[in-house]
Write a protein that binds this ligand. Structure first.
Ligand code: SF4
Length: 171
């Protein structure tokens, strides 16, 4: 996610107007490091079109109430909770925890059996960590790395995993 944002910044494309005008292929290549880049590029374009319909800058739009922004984002075609919260956390700097599939898989395996869906996972982390944008960003980035490199869907690498001593390995 961070690399994709750096790429967008380098290309001076962090504005709804530029993203809306940008060729889909070019946008997809800039956000490639974040994974599922083609779908994300389509969603970003849809999001940009939506924000522009308010005739305010992105900064002004993001300064709104977090719950209202989330409701607006979820009303955009193709944007679900994970994408909405990624936009809120990384682009708007709002404290929304991203309880994605990696998070649920890792913490279920570790023994947190209550975390069976996105909303439950998000509530659990937000309640226990408190509202902290930087911490949520770091936490999410580390969870994604752990999920990709060790706690894989099939054949997790428990012997090499940095959490092996803390984990109940409920696989
Ligand atoms: S020890 Fe194994 S099951 Fe537990 S988090 Fe690491 S890879 Fe996943």
């Amino acid at each position: 996610m961070e690399k994709a944002i750096v790429n967008l910044n380098k290309a001076r494309a962090v504005s709804p107007r530029k993203i809306k005008r940008m060729n889909l292929e070019r946008l997809s290549s800039l956000i490639k490091p974040s994974g599922y880049f083609r779908q994300k590029a389509i969603k970003l374009k849809e999001f940009s079109r939506y924000v522009m319909s308010f005739s305010v800058s992105l900064k002004e739009w993001f300064s709104g109430d977090t719950a209202d922004l989330r409701r607006h984002l979820l009303a955009i075609h193709g944007i679900g909770p994970e994408t909405a919260d990624s936009i809120l956390l990384y682009a708007a700097g709002k404290p929304k925890f991203i309880a994605d599939a990696y998070t649920l898989r890792i913490f279920s395996r570790m023994g947190f059996e209550r975390l069976t869906n996105y909303a439950e996972g998000q509530e659990f982390f937000e309640k226990n960590l408190g509202p902290n944008v930087y911490l949520y960003q770091e936490y999410h980035a580390l969870i994604v790395e752990l999920g990709k490199n060790f706690c894989k869907k099939r054949e997790p690498l428990c012997e090499k995993c940095p959490l092996t001593k803390l984990c109940q390995k409920k696989i």
